[in-house]
Design a protein around this ligand. Sequence first.
Ligand SMILES: NC(=O)c1ccc[n+]([C@@H]2O[C@H](COP(=O)([O-])OP(=O)(O)OC[C@H]3O[C@@H](n4cnc5c(N)ncnc54)[C@H](OP(=O)(O)O)[C@@H]3O)[C@@H](O)[C@H]2O)c1
Length: 273
Amino acid sequence: MPSYLITGVSRGIGYEFLRQYSSDPNNTVIGLVRDKPATDKKVAEDPDLKGRSNIHILEADVAKYNDLQNAAAHTANITGGSLDYIIANAAFLTQFDAYDPIGKLGEQPEELTKTLSDLFEVNVIANVHLFNLFLPLILKGNAKKVIAISTGLADPDFTSKYDLTTGSLYSASKAALNMIVAKFSAQYKADGVLFLAISPGLVDVGHYDNATPEQLQGFGGLVAKFLEYAPHFKGPITPEQSVTAVRKVIAEASVEKGNGGAFLSHLGNKQWF
Ligand SMILES: NC(=O)c1ccc[n+]([C@@H]2O[C@H](COP(=O)([O-])OP(=O)(O)OC[C@H]3O[C@@H](n4cnc5c(N)ncnc54)[C@H](OP(=O)(O)O)[C@@H]3O)[C@@H](O)[C@H]2O)c1
């Protein structure tokens, strides 16, 4: 019975991970959310997910260490003390740096500091604690795979080659997460644990639904660069397409194949879109 711990399953890509992994009744899927009643209701009203007894929703703000400690203890109770997979999907996402370049953000120094601090708290520090607290369970599991959901925007070569100014602070937090993954891999590869950062591609989860025409124009500039990078780019993919692809990468990657500590796309390589 493979077991999965997925953070941030309330919506977006995390909810799709919950949907896809729980479609196999042999899987035990534990989802962490900040608002358990809301996610329980959403699952109960979802024609696909309702009645799936292999879904366990636990309440945890990943930025709160005690919440993660409690979640690890609950997870051990559910699984009998082991865990096969961690999907560290939850992230702090912000509109603050979504359109303006980093030099322009500097005109709002206090908001810049606050945003960068929030980004590192959730996207970096929380995942360090998550990995450390759940590692005893992973070491007792069979698959021993720890996945961090990153972004292609955290690739410095990609950024420099195409002068990608968008999402500077967010990208920096994910680049730090990639390094954390590499460091955990450096320590635990010898124990057979695969640590891997995976970008899910550009996925439509409704983030730009409320963008102003001016903001969309800025986003259009980014899309033009994506087209230069990948002429086949046809716009964002659906969460279903993304998670299907990411699951394949997770299934195929291994320490033995040399994937420990790597940073791959949903295509299993460095092609981000
Ligand atoms: N969409 C894309 O194109 C794209 C591209 C590259 C990478 N990614 C990555 O994919 C992952 C999922 O993003 P998404 O696009 O699905 O975004 P999303 O729909 O905004 O989902 C973000 C999730 O993270 C959760 N979360 C945020 N802060 C949390 C906290 N402190 N504790 C617990 N949960 C928390 C949210 O829960 P609440 O409902 O409680 O807020 C939500 O479930 C992220 O790591 C993101 O960086 C996405």
